[in-house]
Design a protein around this ligand. Structure first.
Ligand code: DX5
Ligand code: ZN
Length: 216
Protein backbone atom coordinates (compact mmCIF):
# COMPACT_ATOMS: atom_id res chain seq x y z
CA UNK A 1 0.00 0.00 0.00
CA UNK A 2 1.31 3.42 -0.99
CA UNK A 3 0.88 6.23 1.53
CA UNK A 4 0.66 9.97 0.86
CA UNK A 5 2.26 12.35 3.36
CA UNK A 6 1.57 15.97 2.30
CA UNK A 7 4.17 18.49 3.48
CA UNK A 8 2.55 21.38 5.32
CA UNK A 9 5.51 23.58 4.42
CA UNK A 10 3.45 24.53 1.36
CA UNK A 11 0.18 24.97 3.27
CA UNK A 12 -1.35 28.38 4.05
CA UNK A 13 -0.06 29.16 7.55
CA UNK A 14 -2.91 31.57 8.19
CA UNK A 15 -5.25 28.57 8.10
CA UNK A 16 -3.05 25.62 8.88
CA UNK A 17 -5.72 23.76 10.85
CA UNK A 18 -8.17 23.93 7.94
CA UNK A 19 -5.52 22.81 5.47
CA UNK A 20 -4.65 19.79 7.57
CA UNK A 21 -8.32 18.87 7.94
CA UNK A 22 -8.63 19.15 4.15
CA UNK A 23 -5.78 16.75 3.42
CA UNK A 24 -7.23 14.34 5.97
CA UNK A 25 -10.66 14.54 4.36
CA UNK A 26 -9.30 13.99 0.84
CA UNK A 27 -7.23 10.94 1.60
CA UNK A 28 -3.81 11.81 3.02
CA UNK A 29 -2.35 9.07 5.21
CA UNK A 30 -0.08 11.24 7.36
CA UNK A 31 1.11 14.83 7.72
CA UNK A 32 4.72 15.56 6.78
CA UNK A 33 6.12 18.19 9.13
CA UNK A 34 9.37 19.84 7.93
CA UNK A 35 11.33 21.23 10.85
CA UNK A 36 14.24 23.50 9.81
CA UNK A 37 16.72 25.23 12.09
CA UNK A 38 18.60 27.62 9.79
CA UNK A 39 21.82 25.67 10.42
CA UNK A 40 21.46 22.24 8.91
CA UNK A 41 19.51 23.87 6.09
CA UNK A 42 19.43 27.50 4.96
CA UNK A 43 15.85 28.08 6.10
CA UNK A 44 13.83 28.22 9.33
CA UNK A 45 10.31 26.79 9.47
CA UNK A 46 8.47 25.84 12.69
CA UNK A 47 8.76 23.57 15.69
CA UNK A 48 7.08 22.04 18.75
CA UNK A 49 4.07 24.35 19.21
CA UNK A 50 2.90 23.79 15.65
CA UNK A 51 3.02 20.01 16.02
CA UNK A 52 1.18 20.26 19.34
CA UNK A 53 -1.53 22.42 17.79
CA UNK A 54 -1.98 20.16 14.74
CA UNK A 55 -2.28 17.15 16.99
CA UNK A 56 -5.34 18.77 18.54
CA UNK A 57 -7.16 19.15 15.22
CA UNK A 58 -6.13 16.06 13.25
CA UNK A 59 -6.01 12.33 13.83
CA UNK A 60 -3.37 11.83 11.12
CA UNK A 61 0.03 10.49 12.09
CA UNK A 62 2.64 13.25 12.42
CA UNK A 63 5.58 12.38 10.16
CA UNK A 64 8.26 14.72 11.50
CA UNK A 65 11.29 15.37 9.30
CA UNK A 66 14.05 16.99 11.35
CA UNK A 67 16.36 19.12 9.21
CA UNK A 68 18.30 20.30 12.24
CA UNK A 69 21.76 20.03 13.78
CA UNK A 70 22.13 17.82 16.86
CA UNK A 71 18.70 16.21 16.52
CA UNK A 72 19.32 13.87 19.45
CA UNK A 73 18.95 16.83 21.85
CA UNK A 74 15.36 17.38 20.80
CA UNK A 75 13.90 13.87 20.49
CA UNK A 76 12.10 14.05 23.87
CA UNK A 77 10.52 17.39 23.00
CA UNK A 78 9.30 16.24 19.57
CA UNK A 79 7.97 13.06 21.09
CA UNK A 80 6.07 15.01 23.76
CA UNK A 81 4.76 17.46 21.14
CA UNK A 82 3.05 14.53 19.39
CA UNK A 83 5.37 13.25 16.66
CA UNK A 84 4.54 9.68 15.58
CA UNK A 85 7.47 9.16 13.21
CA UNK A 86 10.71 10.99 13.98
CA UNK A 87 13.21 11.15 11.11
CA UNK A 88 16.75 12.42 11.60
CA UNK A 89 19.32 13.09 8.91
CA UNK A 90 22.30 10.77 8.55
CA UNK A 91 24.41 13.88 7.89
CA UNK A 92 23.55 15.57 11.19
CA UNK A 93 24.06 12.76 13.69
CA UNK A 94 27.29 10.84 14.21
CA UNK A 95 25.60 8.47 16.71
CA UNK A 96 22.67 7.47 14.57
CA UNK A 97 22.34 4.00 16.03
CA UNK A 98 21.94 5.44 19.51
CA UNK A 99 19.40 8.03 18.37
CA UNK A 100 17.34 5.41 16.52
CA UNK A 101 17.23 3.20 19.61
CA UNK A 102 16.23 6.17 21.73
CA UNK A 103 13.37 7.16 19.42
CA UNK A 104 12.09 3.58 19.50
CA UNK A 105 12.40 3.39 23.28
CA UNK A 106 9.84 6.22 23.43
CA UNK A 107 7.41 4.08 21.44
CA UNK A 108 7.80 6.18 18.27
CA UNK A 109 8.72 5.11 14.76
CA UNK A 110 12.29 5.98 13.78
CA UNK A 111 13.40 7.21 10.38
CA UNK A 112 16.73 8.12 8.79
CA UNK A 113 16.96 10.64 5.93
CA UNK A 114 19.75 11.09 3.39
CA UNK A 115 20.53 14.13 1.26
CA UNK A 116 20.76 13.81 -2.54
CA UNK A 117 24.57 13.69 -2.46
CA UNK A 118 24.74 10.98 0.20
CA UNK A 119 25.11 7.46 -1.19
CA UNK A 120 22.66 4.77 -0.17
CA UNK A 121 25.52 2.54 1.00
CA UNK A 122 25.72 4.46 4.32
CA UNK A 123 22.35 2.92 5.22
CA UNK A 124 23.50 -0.68 5.00
CA UNK A 125 23.47 -1.29 8.77
CA UNK A 126 20.97 1.22 10.17
CA UNK A 127 18.37 0.18 7.63
CA UNK A 128 17.89 -3.08 9.54
CA UNK A 129 16.73 -1.27 12.67
CA UNK A 130 14.63 1.64 11.42
CA UNK A 131 10.97 1.88 10.49
CA UNK A 132 11.57 4.29 7.63
CA UNK A 133 14.27 5.55 5.25
CA UNK A 134 13.67 8.99 3.72
CA UNK A 135 15.39 9.63 0.40
CA UNK A 136 15.61 13.35 -0.32
CA UNK A 137 15.00 13.99 -3.99
CA UNK A 138 15.82 17.71 -3.68
CA UNK A 139 18.38 19.49 -1.53
CA UNK A 140 16.53 20.09 1.74
CA UNK A 141 15.50 23.56 2.81
CA UNK A 142 12.71 24.67 0.49
CA UNK A 143 9.50 23.47 -1.10
CA UNK A 144 8.80 23.77 -4.81
CA UNK A 145 12.16 22.58 -6.20
CA UNK A 146 12.67 20.18 -9.12
CA UNK A 147 13.02 16.44 -8.61
CA UNK A 148 16.62 15.22 -8.99
CA UNK A 149 16.49 12.37 -11.48
CA UNK A 150 19.24 10.18 -10.03
CA UNK A 151 17.04 9.78 -6.94
CA UNK A 152 15.19 7.02 -8.82
CA UNK A 153 18.34 4.93 -8.80
CA UNK A 154 18.75 5.53 -5.07
CA UNK A 155 15.17 4.43 -4.39
CA UNK A 156 15.79 1.20 -6.31
CA UNK A 157 18.94 0.54 -4.28
CA UNK A 158 17.15 1.12 -0.97
CA UNK A 159 14.32 -1.16 -2.12
CA UNK A 160 16.84 -3.93 -2.82
CA UNK A 161 18.39 -3.51 0.62
CA UNK A 162 14.94 -3.49 2.23
CA UNK A 163 13.93 -6.71 0.46
CA UNK A 164 17.03 -8.32 1.89
CA UNK A 165 17.18 -6.91 5.42
CA UNK A 166 13.89 -5.24 6.36
CA UNK A 167 10.89 -6.13 4.19
CA UNK A 168 8.48 -3.96 6.22
CA UNK A 169 10.59 -0.84 5.74
CA UNK A 170 8.79 2.36 4.82
CA UNK A 171 10.63 3.96 1.89
CA UNK A 172 9.72 7.64 1.82
CA UNK A 173 10.70 9.99 -0.99
CA UNK A 174 10.59 13.76 -0.48
CA UNK A 175 11.01 16.66 -2.87
CA UNK A 176 9.76 17.69 -6.30
CA UNK A 177 7.13 14.96 -6.62
CA UNK A 178 4.14 15.81 -8.82
CA UNK A 179 1.74 13.95 -11.13
CA UNK A 180 4.40 13.82 -13.88
CA UNK A 181 6.90 11.73 -11.90
CA UNK A 182 4.99 10.05 -9.07
CA UNK A 183 4.50 6.85 -11.06
CA UNK A 184 8.26 6.49 -11.62
CA UNK A 185 8.90 7.10 -7.92
CA UNK A 186 6.42 4.40 -6.90
CA UNK A 187 7.71 1.96 -9.53
CA UNK A 188 11.25 2.45 -8.25
CA UNK A 189 10.10 1.19 -4.84
CA UNK A 190 8.83 4.13 -2.76
CA UNK A 191 5.85 3.42 -0.52
CA UNK A 192 5.50 6.78 1.23
CA UNK A 193 5.23 9.83 -1.00
CA UNK A 194 5.79 13.34 0.31
CA UNK A 195 4.39 16.20 -1.73
CA UNK A 196 4.12 19.83 -0.72
CA UNK A 197 3.52 22.23 -3.58
CA UNK A 198 1.77 19.56 -5.67
CA UNK A 199 -0.82 19.08 -2.88
CA UNK A 200 -1.45 22.70 -1.91
CA UNK A 201 -1.13 24.51 -5.28
CA UNK A 202 -4.08 26.51 -6.61
CA UNK A 203 -5.96 26.11 -3.33
CA UNK A 204 -7.39 22.83 -4.63
CA UNK A 205 -6.33 20.05 -2.31
CA UNK A 206 -9.11 17.67 -3.36
CA UNK A 207 -8.23 17.68 -7.07
CA UNK A 208 -4.47 17.75 -6.42
CA UNK A 209 -4.56 14.67 -4.17
CA UNK A 210 -6.79 12.88 -6.66
CA UNK A 211 -4.30 13.53 -9.46
CA UNK A 212 -1.34 12.38 -7.38
CA UNK A 213 -3.13 9.19 -6.37
CA UNK A 214 -3.72 8.32 -10.01
CA UNK A 215 0.01 7.67 -10.15
CA UNK A 216 -0.05 5.00 -7.39
C1 DX5 B 1 12.33 20.13 1.62
C2 DX5 B 1 11.27 19.43 2.45
C3 DX5 B 1 10.18 18.85 1.63
C4 DX5 B 1 9.42 19.85 0.81
C5 DX5 B 1 8.61 19.15 -0.22
O1 DX5 B 1 13.33 20.55 2.44
O2 DX5 B 1 11.85 18.38 3.20
O3 DX5 B 1 9.30 18.08 2.44
O4 DX5 B 1 8.59 20.66 1.58
O5 DX5 B 1 8.01 20.12 -1.02
P1 DX5 B 1 7.79 19.92 -2.60
O6 DX5 B 1 6.88 18.72 -2.74
O7 DX5 B 1 7.15 21.18 -3.00
O8 DX5 B 1 9.13 19.67 -3.21
ZN1 ZN C 1 10.53 16.87 4.25
Amino acid sequence: MIKLSPSILSADFTKLGEDVLAIEQYGADMVHVDVMDGRFVPNISFGFPVIKALKRVSGLAMDVHLMIEEPSKYIDAFSEAGADIITVHYESDIHLDRTIKYIKSLGKKAGVAINPSTPVSVLEYVLRNVDMILIMSVNPGFGGQSFIDYSLEKIQEVKKMADKYNPNLLIEVDGGIDPSNIEDVVKAGANVIVAGSAVFKNNNVEENIKQLKEGF
